[in-house]
Design a protein around this ligand. Structure first.
Ligand SMILES: [Fe+2]
Length: 396
C-alpha cells in the first residue's frame, strides 16, 4: 500500500529498546524485496519464531479438467453447497502460474490461524460480512468488499452469517495499478478511487495468552501447520506500508465516455500477469451514434473470466448471479445476436461484475467441469436468428 499507517504503540525510533512492563519486546520487520520494498515493523510480546511443534504438511492437490475441445465456457456457481471453512473451503475453479481463482462458501469457521507465506490474496465478498482478525488489527468487511491480504499476514475470519467469496491467490503482488499512482505513490486525480476508499485495520487488540495455537501457513505448494505457544495476535503496535485493507466495489467510480470505454477503464488491481476489474452501475455512452455495448473482440493475449455479482445479465442467455463466463484466448467474443441493435438508446446499466484477465492461459479444475453448462460455446450460433428480448449488459 502506498501510504503510511500506524496502530498501537511503537517506539520513538525503529530498532531501539521498546519495553512492555519492563520486558523487551520483539521487533519484527516484515518487508518485501529484501529490505528495500514496502515493509511494516511490528512489536510482539513474544518471539513469533517460538514453534512448539511442527505439525503436518498437507500438499495442495489440484485436479485438472482438460476439456476435449477449446471453446467459451459458462460455469454456474451459485448453487454450490457450503463446505469447509474460509481457507479449506476454497474450491479451485481455474489457475495458472500467476493466479488461482476459487469459490468459497464456508459452512464452518476457522479453528486455526492462517498465513499465506508465499502469496498475496484478494477475497471478494459477494455475500456476508464479518471481521478479519489479523496481526495488524481488526479489519471489518461487508458485502461488496475486496479484502486485500498481503503475504505474511496471520489472520482468521470471524464471519457474521453466511458467506460467499470469490478468492484470488497469487505468488506475485496485488497492487494499485501503476497509472493510478504518481511517483510518490499518491493516487492521482482521474483514478477511479482514492486513499479514502481504502480501509486499513482500525483496532488493535493485543492478546496476552499462553497456550497452544495452530498456525497454518501456505508454503511450498501446501499447508504447513505450526503449533506456537503464544497467541499470534500479541502485537502491541506496528507501523509501515504493508498491511491488509478493504476496498468496496461500490466505491469504484466508473469512467464513462461519449463512446465505448475499453475494459482497462474498469481496472481495480494489477497482479503479476493479470488484472482484476470492477464493472459497476453507470451511465452509458452518450454520443447519439454510439453503440452502448462493446464491439466484438479477440483477446489474443489474455483469458477473460467474469464473475457476475448482481444486476441484469440478460445479454448472456442463461447467465445469472454467481455465473462465470470464460472467454479463453484465441477466440473472438462479443454481445450475443441482436443486442448491439437493441442497445442503441440505452443510457445506463445496473450490472455488477468482477473480471480477471490473465495474460497466460488458465487451467480448469474438475470442480469447474461440474459447473460447466456445456453449451455456452454455441450460444452465438444457436441464437443467431433469435430476436432477443433479454436485457443488456455493457461490457461483454
Ligand atoms: Fe470481453
Amino acid at each position: 500500500m502506498p501510504f503510511y499507517q500506524r496502530l498501537g504503540e511503537v517506539p520513538r525510533k525503529r530498532h531501539v529498546q521498546f519495553r512492555d512492563n519492563g520486558t523487551l519486546l520483539t521487533e519484527e520487520v516484515m518487508g518485501l524485496e529484501g529490505f528495500t520494498g514496502n515493509e511494516s515493523i511490528l512489536y510482539h510480546l513474544q518471539s513469533p519464531c517460538r514453534v512448539m511443534e511442527l505439525g503436518p504438511f498437507e500438499p495442495i492437490e489440484r485436479r485438472e479438467w482438460v476439456p476435449e475441445a477449446h471453446g467459451h465456457r459458462h460455469f454456474k456457481t451459485f448453487d454450490t453447497a457450503p463446505a469447509g471453512d474460509e481457507i479449506g473451503g476454497r474450491r479451485l475453479l481455474m489457475w495458472n502460474d500467476d493466479v488461482e481463482i476459487s469459490l468459497c462458501r464456508p459452512s464452518g469457521s476457522m479453528e486455526y490461524f492462517f498465513r499465506n507465506g508465499e502469496g498475496d490474496e484478494v477475497v471478494f465478498v459477494h455475500e456476508g460480512s464479518g471481521t478479519l482478525e489479523t496481526i495488524f488489527g481488526e479489519l471489518s468487511y461487508k458485502e461488496g468488499d475486496y479484502v486485500v491480504i498481503p503475504r505474511g499476514t496471520t489472520y482468521r475470519f470471524r464471519p457474521d452469517g453466511p458467506q460467499r467469496y470469490l478468492v484470488f491467490e497469487t505468488p506475485g503482488l496485488i497492487e494499485i495499478p501503476r497509472r493510478y499512482r504518481n511517483q510518490y505513490g499518491q493516487i492521482v486525480e482521474g483514478a477511479p478511487y482514492y486513499h479514502r476508499d481504502i480501509h486499513p485495520p482500525t483496532e488493535l487488540h493485543t492478546v496476552r495468552e499462553r497456550g497452544e495455537f495452530p498456525v497454518k501457513v501456505r508454503v511450498r505448494g501446501g499447508y504447513q501447520t505450526y503449533i506456537v505457544d503464544y497467541h499470534p495476535f500479541d502485537v502491541v503496535g506496528w507501523d509501515g506500508y504493508l498491511f491488509p485493507w478493504t476496498f468496496s466495489i461500490h466505491d469504484f467510480e466508473p469512467i464513462t465516455g461519449r463512446i465505448h470505454q475499453p475494459p482497462p477503464s474498469h481496472q481495480t488491481f494489477q497482479g503479476r500477469n493479470f488484472v482484476i476489474c470492477s464493472f459497476c452501475p453507470r451511465k452509458l455512452d452518450f454520443d447519439p451514434m454510439a453503440v452502448p455495448i462493446p464491439y466484438h473482440h479477440s483477446n489474443l493475449q489474455s483469458e477473460e473470466m467474469i464473475y457476475y455479482v448482481s444486476g441484469n445479465f440478460g445479454s448472456r442467455k442463461g447467465v445469472e448471479v454467481g455465473s462465470i463466463t470464460l472467454h479463453p484466448s484465441g477466440l473472438p467474443h462479443g454481445p450475443q445476436p441482436g443486442l448491439a441493435e437493441k442497445s442503441i438508446g440505452l443510457h445506463e446499466t445496473h450490472e455488477l461484475a468482477v473480471m480477471c484477465d490473465t495474460f497466460h492461459p488458465l487451467k480448469l479444475s474438475t470442480f469447474a467441469q461440474e459447473l460447466d453448462d456445456g453449451k455456452y460455446w454455441n450460444s452465438w450460433y444457436a441464437n443467431a436468428d433469435v430476436e432477443s428480448d433479454a436485457g443488456l449488459t455493457s461490457h461483454l
